[in-house]
Design a protein. Structure first.
Length: 631
């Protein structure tokens, strides 16, 4: 019972109401049909009974006189004629007043006679109708046939002459009417249910199913799937509704395609713009998941061949970057969510050491909604400030070096001049000349420092040299002779090699002298005692593009200065031509301003050439550059 109740409760209200209504209608119609057919059956039985009663009374009036006269021969003849001529009469029996069977058609044996006699005796005792001279009618089954049994008393002048027992075949349609009534009632009950079920199925297949399909289409459109179409075809208002729905879906899909195309175009433009900027760009959501990363940022963090979008940013950053970056990002999000304040853009600098040590500036800013109220994410801009940091460091080093270079000669000049003033009468002429020589040397040192700064400023300006043909051998020889003095003191051997075919070159003589002096001076400074310095000048030859077997002279001469010095580490080779850079400070404490190689680079560039180097630590360094030969 509980299962039935639970099942009933699980059915929706619409189905329950339909079931109750169908049950009520089916019971009502079945009951009305049963009552109507039963009433008709009763009327038919009543009519049949009256007919049988009338027939039996007529028959009784016809034989009562014969029984009273005991004229059994004529009685038997009359009964036989009636029995044979009337097919509906099943049997005729006449009993005496004592209950003995007098006449019987058809004839029955004694056992049946005894049963009839016993039956009649019981009937006479119990039937009230018999006492009032009223026929007794009942239905019985004899030999599988339904028979109306009529028992009529034979009474004349108040005397009981006996009993007439008449068996008449009952109307078979009346007898089968009861079963028919039941069958018809059940059939009506079942038919109503079948009609309801068929109607429900028709409704589900023809009406409900399209409506469900329409609802599914509406849900898909509400979720953004505008490609949903209803293929079912109907006439009438439902068909018009489906056609209107499909037209609406097509228009929405067209609008969506246009909007998607426009958004895709704008997105492509934005991505192209972001991809072309020199800075790295990373877009995060409020949970620090990666939404967009441009190629510059991918190169900075070596994120190639990684599936980044949708992952957490801290999964891909080095530990020291996470330690510096995550507290700031979380603080910006919390500040906006809790205090409703728009956090200011923040900036941090982080060193990254993948292939080489580089310094990057991270600019962090919030991305807000259209109303500038709710956070939608964060944007990180990554700027490579390695060169800026190096220049700042070099500038600081230069300021420190220049300060030292200025302070030292000024202090020396001041000291010697004060000594001359205070002890002029006590110093000999030789001592005075020595002090003045030192002061003069320090003055020259200051002059060289100022000249270096002025030269660099002039070289970095738009000033261009006027290149003229000069004798290379005449330009190099004085510089080598001047360098031999220092080389001899350090026991360094200078080797000069120049091709005989080189006569005139195109250059600015004083500037070229400055380049060669600077490079040779650096080689002398960094070459150990007993080392060698090689200065070479030779023309360059290239294979002819038309005939590889023929070599032609190209109008270029290469100048090369090679030393056996301490060498330059590969990590610093790309920095040595920067302003104020003194790589030697990482190795030893030789004096210098850090401007020499920067001046050399600028001078060579003014000659429409470039300077290159090759160096290995502990082996030596080679600088070379090319100039044009005057044919």
């Amino acid at each position: 019972m509980n299962k039935i109740s639970q099942l009933w409760l699980n059915i929706n209200l619409k189905t329950r109401l339909m079931s109750v209504t169908t049950l009520s209608v089916s019971l009502l119609m079945s009951s009305l049909t049963f009552w109507a057919l039963t009433t008709i059956q009763k009327d038919s039985i009543s009519t049949d009974t009256r007919f049988c009663r009338d027939l039996s009374m007529l028959f009784t009036y016809s034989i009562v006189d014969l029984v009273d006269r005991n004229n059994y021969k004529e009685l038997i003849s009359f009964i036989e004629n009636i029995y044979l001529s009337t097919s509906s009469i099943r049997y005729i029996q006449v009993f005496t007043s004592n209950g003995d069977l007098s006449v019987s058609l058809p004839f029955y044996d004694n056992s049946f006679h005894d049963l009839l006699r016993l039956y009649k005796n019981i009937l006479q005792l119990k039937s009230q109708d018999y006492l009032f001279n009223i026929p007794i009618i009942n239905y019985s089954i004899i030999l599988h046939d339904s028979i109306i049994n009529l028992t009529i008393p034979l009474i004349k002048n108040g005397r009981n002459l006996g009993v007439l027992n008449l068996g008449i075949n009952s109307n078979p349609s009346i007898l089968s009417a009861s079963q028919l009534i039941q069958d018809v009632s059940v059939a009506i009950f079942v038919s109503i249910w079948l009609m309801v079920i068929i109607s429900a199925a028709f409704n589900a297949l023809i009406i409900t199913e399209p409506i469900k399909e329409l609802l599914l289409g509406l849900r898909n459109i509400a979720s953004g799937n505008f490609s949903q179409k209803i293929t079912s075809s109907f006439d009438g208002e439902l068909g018009d509704l489906i056609i209107s729905f499909n037209e609406m879906a097509e228009r929405l899909e067209s609008y969506e395609d246009k909007n998607v195309e426009q958004l895709s175009s704008e997105k492509a433009k934005l991505e192209t713009l972001v991809a072309t900027i020199a800075d790295g760009a990373i877009l995060l959501d409020t949970e620090l998941r990666l939404l967009f990363v441009n190629q510059i940022a991918i190169k900075v963090f070596h994120w190639s061949n990684k599936d980044l979008i949708g992952t957490m940013i801290f999964q891909h950053l080095p530990l020291h970057v996470n330690e510096a970056l995550l507290p700031i990002l979380n603080g910006m999000i919390k500040s906006n969510c809790l205090d409703n304040n728009i956090p200011q853009a923040q900036e941090i600098c982080v060193d990254l050491n993948y292939e080489s040590l580089k310094t990057f500036r991270f600019l962090l800013a919030m991305v807000l909604d259209q109303n500038n109220e709710l956070p939608r994410g964060l944007v990180i801009t990554i700027q490579d400030i390695t060169r800026e940091a190096q220049l700042n460091e070099a500038k600081n080093q230069f300021v420190s070096n220049v300060s030292h270079e200025l302070r030292t000669p000024l202090c020396n000049i001041s000291s010697f001049l004060e000594t001359l003033i205070d002890y002029d009468h006590k110093l000999s002429l030789k001592q005075k000349m020595q002090f003045l020589s030192i002061a003069h040397a320090e003055t020259q040192r200051l002059n060289r420092l100022v000249n270096d700064v002025l030269d660099l400023s002039r070289l970095e300006s738009e000033y261009n040299y006027i290149l003229e043909p000069i004798q290379l051998i005449d330009t190099i020889s004085p510089i080598i002779r001047a360098s031999q003095i220092i080389a001899c003191n350090k026991k360094i051997k200078i080797i000069f090699e120049i091709s005989n075919c080189i006569k005139l070159i195109l250059a600015h003589e004083s500037s070229l002298c400055q380049v060669l002096s600077n490079l040779i001076s650096n080689s002398l400074k960094f070459t150990h005692i007993g080392g060698r310095i090689v200065i070479r000048a030779y023309p360059l030859f290239f294979p002819n593009s038309y005939n590889l077997n023929q070599r032609i002279r190209f109008s270029i001469v290469r100048l090369e200065i090679i030393d056996e010095g301490i060498g330059i580490d590969k990590n610093f080779q790309h920095q040595i031509f920067d302003r104020f850079m003194r790589i030697e400070n990482h190795i030893h404490t030789l004096e210098g301003t850090g401007l020499g190689l920067s001046i050399v680079k600028n001078i060579i560039e003014k000659h429409n050439s470039s300077i290159s180097l090759y160096s290995e630590v502990g082996i030596g360094t080679s600088f070379w550059f090319d100039l044009f030969i005057v044919n």
